[in-house]
Design a binder for this molecule. Structure first.
Ligand code: ZN
Ligand code: ZN
Length: 250
């Protein structure tokens, strides 16, 4: 790509980030990150298990069978969207086509849900940690999408909460140590096996942690990381994800 064209693209991107006067998705005039039309395109995770936020199609509030059999190790789970339709294609574009501009609207929706949840209880976690990708995948793609997303979340929360914002460092205290086969190609039993010993916690941390990941599918990754964080001294772990995948049978 020629330099002139590249710099024009960069200037446009920087301008859009500094001044919100366009919708981040359709670029229509809007003084918010998302115009009303685009916002209506997201599948909201309105009905879900009270503990693990597994989407349901019943309006009744309940705890799902898996959580009844074995409650999850984390203390809170926030997952405002369902991993389908628009959310799915945006996250796919961020991961595989480096469309970093799509991070902002997704994180904006998550931050609104977080504020809705914590505004009454006022018990914000004091440290934000993210689940990192494997170093090999980061090398292939040139970036770690969960790190970029968590940085954006920190920035947005800082603007809204000031000094109540959980602390954040770009280097996660969680390290992924063994390369794993893509989760969706494995059975549930294989996935559980696949996670043994994969994540390690290194470094000092607070006792009340917010653990961020982009998508929660089976929940195995977040459960494994929660257990590791608690083993390392955390007393409360709140899960913050953008979206939760609905069960295939849902
Ligand atoms: Zn729009
Ligand atoms: Zn559940």
């Amino acid at each position: 790509m020629d330099q002139k064209k590249l710099s024009t693209i960069n200037i446009t991107k920087v301008y859009r980030r500094l001044v919100i006067d366009h919708c981040y998705l359709c670029h229509a005039k809007s003084d918010t990150t998302l115009c009303a039309f685009c916002e209506a395109g997201f599948a909201v995770n309105q009905f879900a298990c009270l503990l693990c936020k597994r989407p349901t199609y019943s309006e009744l509030q309940f705890i799902c069978g898996q959580c009844q059999a074995m409650p999850p190790p984390y203390d809170v789970c926030i997952a405002p969207l369902r991993f389908e339709s628009l959310t799915k294609s945006l996250i796919h574009s961020i991961k595989f086509h480096q469309q970093a501009d799509y991070i902002r609207p997704l994180i904006e929706l998550l931050s609104r849900k977080l504020i809705e949840h914590y505004q009454h209880i006022e018990d914000w976690p004091t440290q934000l940690i993210f689940v990192p990708s494997h170093p090999k995948r980061i090398k292939e793609r040139g970036f770690c999408q969960t790190q970029l997303m968590a940085s954006e979340l920190y920035k947005i929360l800082r603007q809204k909460l000031g000094n109540r914002t959980p602390s954040f460092v770009k280097q996660s205290v969680i390290k992924k140590t063994i390369n794993t086969q893509a989760q969706h190609t494995l059975s549930r039993k294989q996935r559980l096996e696949n996670h043994k010993g994969v994540y390690q916690v290194e470094g000092i941390m607070d006792s009340h942690i917010a653990l961020f990941d982009d998508v929660m599918t089976s929940g195995n990754t977040l459960e494994t990381c929660t257990k590791q964080l608690k083993k390392a001294g955390a007393t409360q772990v709140d899960i913050w994800v953008i979206a939760r995948t609905p069960d295939k049978t849902g």
